[in-house]
Design a protein around this ligand. Structure first.
Ligand code: HEM
Length: 374
């Protein structure tokens, strides 16, 4: 509880250099030696002016209009996932994680990198696997003090593997950037209304446009941002989808209600359009509750650069404030049923806490999730 109280108040006043959770230690070393920083130098650990400029440039690319253009591609990938699942359905227990991860990775790589079906091997076997392994190494290093020091870490097989993987990722992404650069013709996002054209503009193209028009993003910046987007989006999103399916399997009444709503909205159509989304009211409540109870990012952290005086504590400059989003989502203001999974609470605003800061699956403040669309 103490952590929760500290968190909400501290957040509002924090004027600290932002870091992302457990990446803190890794980031320090990464900045020093250019290894991980090359890969993670996107909004995640870029500091001060660089982060501010890039965030301002990139944020407009993450809006509902752009997302709408991705819908047809997401429909294609969703149908692929369902048909793959159909082959194992009814044949005993099955681990759905593989299906979900592949679906999310393909959707993310298609929409952010603009990779086409013929490039599928790059996604499935190369790029995504390399990113996943780097992510595992980063998390291991963040939690193991014996490998914090770069002078030791890069002598270990893990440190060497990380450098190898960074090279692999660079080698894969650079040609993709160069190829799209040579093909790129200036277009307006309005020309990409997917409901009429079925086209979408990959995030890579949006960044190349920015670099053309304003000359601000180098190829290295673009590659780092792409890696960040893929890494930051696929693990979180697949965890949420996985949890949502677990919930539907565990609560038959919730499953039934979601099913009925989908039947009502889709009738015999299996193509999700932007007009359908606002009609899926109960499904939205279920997803919000999944994000609350089974939070995908249970902790975030900030490095504090000036003392923050709270009624009972002072958070000292130089220390790291770890915020328990998991704790916030179980704060007493959610009521005595805070720990229970109850999507209905989202259908009646009067039953929700009055302080909006007790719900933060995408974090809050300036360094919240760039992928969050309200
Ligand atoms: C349900 C899915 C997702 C969840 C739960 C989630 C959650 C989060 C959280 C908690 C943070 C940490 C913010 C902080 O330190 O305060 C974050 C950061 C970030 N997320 Fe997401 N995220 C999701 C999907 C995505 C997607 C689809 C993208 C696509 C690009 C994305 C890109 C990012 C980036 C770039 C950051 C770093 C932002 C910065 O430091 O400026 N996330 N996300």
């Amino acid at each position: 509880m103490a952590a929760t109280t500290v968190t909400t108040e501290a957040w509002a006043r924090c004027h600290c250099s932002d870091l992302w959770g457990l990446m803190q230690n890794v980031a320090d070393y990464g900045l020093e030696n250019g290894g991980i920083v090359q890969l993670w130098a996107g909004p995640i650990i870029a500091y001060g002016p660089t982060w501010r400029i890039h965030n301002k440039l990139l944020s407009p690319s993450f809006n509902q209009q752009v997302l709408n253009t991705f819908l047809p591609e997401m429909n294609v990938q969703a149908r692929n996932m369902v048909s793959q699942m159909t082959t194992v359905a009814g044949k005993g227990p099955v681990d759905i994680k593989e299906f979900i991860t592949q679906y999310i990775l393909r959707s993310v790589c298609r929409t952010s990198l603009g990779l086409e079906s013929k490039d599928q091997d790059i996604i499935d076997n190369g790029y995504a696997k390399a990113l996943e392994e780097i992510f595992r190494i980063v998390c291991y290093r963040a939690l193991n003090v014996d490998v914090y020091l770069s002078c030791i870490y890069y002598w270990t097989s893990m440190g060497r593997r990380e450098l190898e993987l960074v090279k692999v990722v660079k080698k894969m992404i650079n040609p993709i950037i160069q190829k799209r650069k040579s093909e790129l013709k200036p277009t307006n996002i309005d020309n990409y209304d997917s409901s009429t054209t079925g086209k979408f503009k990959p995030t890579l193209d949006l960044m190349l446009d920015l670099s053309n028009e304003q000359n601000v993003l180098s190829d290295d910046d673009i590659r780092a941002h792409l890696n960040t987007f893929v890494a930051a989006s696929y693990d979180t999103t697949s965890a949420v989808l996985h949890n949502a399916l677990m919930v539907l399997g565990s609560y038959p009444n919730v499953q039934e209600r979601v099913y009925e709503e989908l039947q009502d909205v889709f009738q015999n159509n299996d193509e999700l359009t932007k007009y359908d989304m606002s009609k899926l009211v109960y499904l939205e409540a279920v997803l919000k509750e999944v994000l609350r109870v089974y939070v995908a990012a249970p902790l975030v952290a900030r490095k504090i650069d000036a003392d923050i005086v709270l009624p009972k504590y002072t958070l000292r400059a130089g220390s790291i404030c770890v915020v328990s989003i998991y704790g916030l989502h179980r704060h007493p203001s959610w009521g005595p049923d805070a720990k229970e999974f109850k999507p209905e609470r989202w259908l009646n605003p009067d039953t929700l806490p009055t302080n909006p800061n007790v719900y933060a699956p995408f974090s809050f403040g300036k360094r919240n999730c760039i992928g969050m669309i309200t």
